[in-house]
Design a protein around this ligand. Structure first.
Ligand code: B1M
Length: 222
């Protein structure tokens, strides 16, 4: 198995590192943390670690959850394993430049606790030179409003992973506009589509973290 395959396998299994007690059968074996460290040390491209190791693993986790092969606790271990890899590659995605292209306020909408994709979007934006105010997860509309009031020039990014929570994006936009705030808004997350973005009045949509950078630049005319 290649190192990227091994990283993917460990994320799917939810195996964080050699000290992890989960899954029992992998106790003592290198996990996502050690393997990601090893891949970095061997000079494997960070983009490959992300696109061929970490991200496809979560797709498999989602499929296994849908088929009832795993349940929420296992999904949570996979998310933790994924995060341990992301933490290691984050500094490498940031290029150290002091240039600030603009500010992005970002959060996962109310009712939604998924933050891996949002965090990835934050990393890519930060790496591209944007200043980020990350509001976190489960963010109610008034919190977006407050942040927008303090930053009228900033653009607002919203993430949702659940079909039931993506509807809350509309409420945020309505609240901003009712308060005469014109911050441009872009949205993303697995169930979100360009058509939905248009329907709720969001100015932008991005399918993934790379597109989020392009979209933020477009909205700020960069
Ligand atoms: Co949840 N979950 N989950 N989950 N979870 C999904 C989303 C699901 C599709 C799984 C499935 O059934 N196949 C399903 C949603 C079904 C639906 O609504 N259509 C689901 C469910 C049902 C649930 C619960 C309801 C389960 C339960 O409790 N019964 C529950 C809900 C909790 C809540 O939020 N209130 C729940 C809980 C969890 C965990 C907490 C266990 C964990 C999240 C941990 C965490 O995030 N800290 C979890 C996980 C890990 C997943 C899956 C497996 C993986 C999500 C992920 O991290 N993907 C997911 C299945 C899947 O997506 N395949 C699933 C990797 C990540 C890099 O991709 O987040 O899509 P993604 O982000 C991408 C793009 O979407 C985009 O760019 C990112 C990078 O390329 N993007 C943006 C995201 N945000 C963006 C914002 C932008 C632009 C682009 O601009 C602002």
């Amino acid at each position: 198995m290649s190192i990227l395959e091994s990283i993917k396998h460990c994320v799917v299994q939810g195996h964080i590192d050699a000290t992890s007690k989960f899954p029992k059968a992998m106790e003592g074996e290198a996990g996502v943390r050690e393997l990601t460290e090893q891949a970095i040390a061997e000079g494997v491209d960070v983009e490959d670690i992300l696109m061929q190791g970490l991200i496809p693993a979560m797709t498999i986790v989602g499929q296994r959850y849908e088929k009832n092969e795993i349940f929420v606790p296992e999904m949570l271990f996979s998310a933790k394993a994924m995060k341990s890899g992301l933490e290691l590659i984050k500094p490498l995605l940031l290029d150290g430049s002091d240039l600030i292209l603009g500010k992005v306020i970002i959060g996962t909408v109310q009712g939604d606790l998924h933050d891996i994709g949002k965090n990835l979007v934050c990393m890519m934006l930060e790496g591209a030179g944007f200043e980020i105010e990350d509001l976190g997860i489960n963010i109610p509309a008034p919190k977006f409003l407050e942040a927008a009031k303090n930053n009228p020039e900033a653009i607002i990014g919203m993430s949702a992973l659940l079909t039931v929570t993506m509807k809350n994006m509309k409420g945020v936009i309505e609240l901003l506009r009712a308060n005469d705030l014109n911050n441009k808004v872009f949205i993303g997350g697995a169930p979100v589509t360009p058509a939905f973005a248009k329907e709720i009045g969001a100015e932008g949509y991005a399918k993934n973290a790379n597109q989020a950078v392009q979209e933020a630049k477009r909205l700020l005319n960069i």
